[in-house]
Design a protein around this ligand. Structure first.
Ligand code: ADP
Ligand code: MG
Length: 404
């Protein structure tokens, strides 16, 4: 019996192309709906799809019509792109397809509901409140106490997220978030920030991963000169991470995870206390899936597909490497004019570089606030963590890009 899978957004963002490929590789008949015109599908996606409709994913009725037009009984409906994870759940209910319900999906998307459910399970979340008006934000700040974080209820990529240390900085943040409908107000949790990523089968992780943000995403996103790093840690079972992993496993239960990818963020305070950050029922962006693959020499695009289609996971997770990604931002505006220090870096560390994808001279700079990948990146891997960090810092410090 062929398995018919409807996969929303099969071509964009770019990492979806490999998930589409993975679905085809495990034997599914893959149907796609996305915003790209059919001619804009990359060959890998074209080859993997049994059918495609260009639709408007932000328009529910349009997407329902497009899905019905395939005239196929779907066995799975999946989406790994954050803004449409709830839409996939909605469609599952409409078409009577097994998988995560809309209510459960909303718990992975609405940052207040998420924290309420995690908190109800007895787990530590930042003190928090939902606010729709400036006065509600001020009242929440008074109750929680400075410093606080103000951020969109359904945000991504640290957009419109502000740390406020006092009433004056809160007023400034209120000015800047006027266009955001609903915000989450939180206690500011100081400390290190990590991910906890899984591929689950019926709520049980078949694969787990912990990555460390250097520095924390909000800091990386507010300082252009920083070369942000994300480091997949070879050994997620080490004692220093045990609290976060335990929290993560409990969160999956509290939010009733089913089958698929999850991407959680958590904080570890100086006193060792671990605090929940957020979670999505989707894969991480910013090439973190590639990093997890490089750490283990596996293909999680395909194993995710196997998990959701067949409820099985076959890759052997060998944990050979720590894997650091370092993103670069060019100095200056316009087009990249030159890259300095790359040749010498490659002479020093080239044999530990898994991939190097800096934009080349002549290319227009990306908007560093809009993209996680900045003006390109390098991926470094090494069995030893100290060596990995040393090379990542070497790249961050000694490789420079310029634009004019
Ligand atoms: N309560 C908090 N305490 C400290 N830092 C926070 C808090 N909430 C968010 N941040 C910072 O802002 C970043 C973005 O917030 P997050 O909730 O992860 O939203 P998203 O990643 O969806 O934009 C986090 O990675 C973290 O660095
Ligand atoms: Mg986040």
């Amino acid at each position: 019996m062929p398995m018919n899978v409807l996969f929303l957004a099969p071509n964009y963002p770019p990492e979806m192309q490999d998930f589409t490929r993975g679905l085809a590789e495990v034997g599914a008949r893959v149907y796609g709906i996305g915003d790209s015109p059919i001619g804009g599908l990359v060959p890998k996606v074209q080859r993997s799809l049994a059918g495609y409709r260009q639709g408007r994913l932000h328009d529910r009725e349009d997407t329902l019509r497009a899905a019905a037009s395939f005239n196929v009984k779907f066995d799975r409906i999946e989406c790994l792109w954050e803004p449409f994870v709830e839409l996939a759940a909605d469609l599952r209910e409409v078409f009577g397809v097994p998988g995560m319900s809309l209510d459960t999906a909303t718990g992975f998307r609405d940052k207040e509901l998420m924290k309420q459910r995690v908190e109800a399970a007895g787990l530590r979340v930042p003190h928090h409140a939902r606010a729709n008006t400036a006065d509600e934000v001020r009242a929440a700040a008074a109750r929680i106490g400075f410093p606080i974080i103000v951020k969109p209820i359904a945000g991504a990529g640290s957009a419109d997220t502000f740390r406020c240390d006092d009433a004056a900085s809160l007023e400034a943040a209120l000015q800047k978030t006027q266009h955001v409908k609903e915000v989450s107000v939180e206690e500011f949790v100081d400390g290190d920030e990590f991910t906890f990523d899984t591929v689950c089968i019926d709520g049980v992780p078949a694969f787990t991963n912990v990555a460390w943000y250097r520095p924390r995403p909000l800091i990386a996103r507010t300082n252009e000169w920083i070369s942000p790093q994300v480091v997949v840690l070879r050994n997620p079972e080490q004692a220093e991470l045990a609290g976060g992993v335990k929290l993560g496993l409990s969160v999956l239960k509290a939010l009733q995870m089913g089958s698929g990818f999850t991407h959680m963020e958590w904080y570890r305070k100086a006193n060792g206390e671990v605090v929940f950050g957020e979670i999505g029922a989707r894969s991480a962006g910013g090439h973190l899936v590639d990093q997890m693959n490089y750490a283990n020499d596996i293909d999680l695009f395909r194993e995710w597909a196997r998990a959701v289609v067949w409820k099985s996971f076959e890759a052997r997770v060998i944990r050979r490497f720590n894997v650091a990604i370092v993103f670069k931002r060019a100095q200056g505006q316009g087009r990249i004019t030159r890259i300095e220090g790359l040749d010498r870096f490659m002479m020093r560390c080239g044999r530990h570089v898994a991939t190097e994808q800096l934009l080349r001279p002549g290319t227009r700079r990306r908007d560093w606030k809009q993209t996680l990948v900045s003006d390109g990146f390098v991926v470094i891997r090494h069995p030893d963590l100290a060596s990995t960090l040393e090379m990542a810092d070497d790249f961050a410090t000694n490789v420079q890009m310029f634009a004019e």
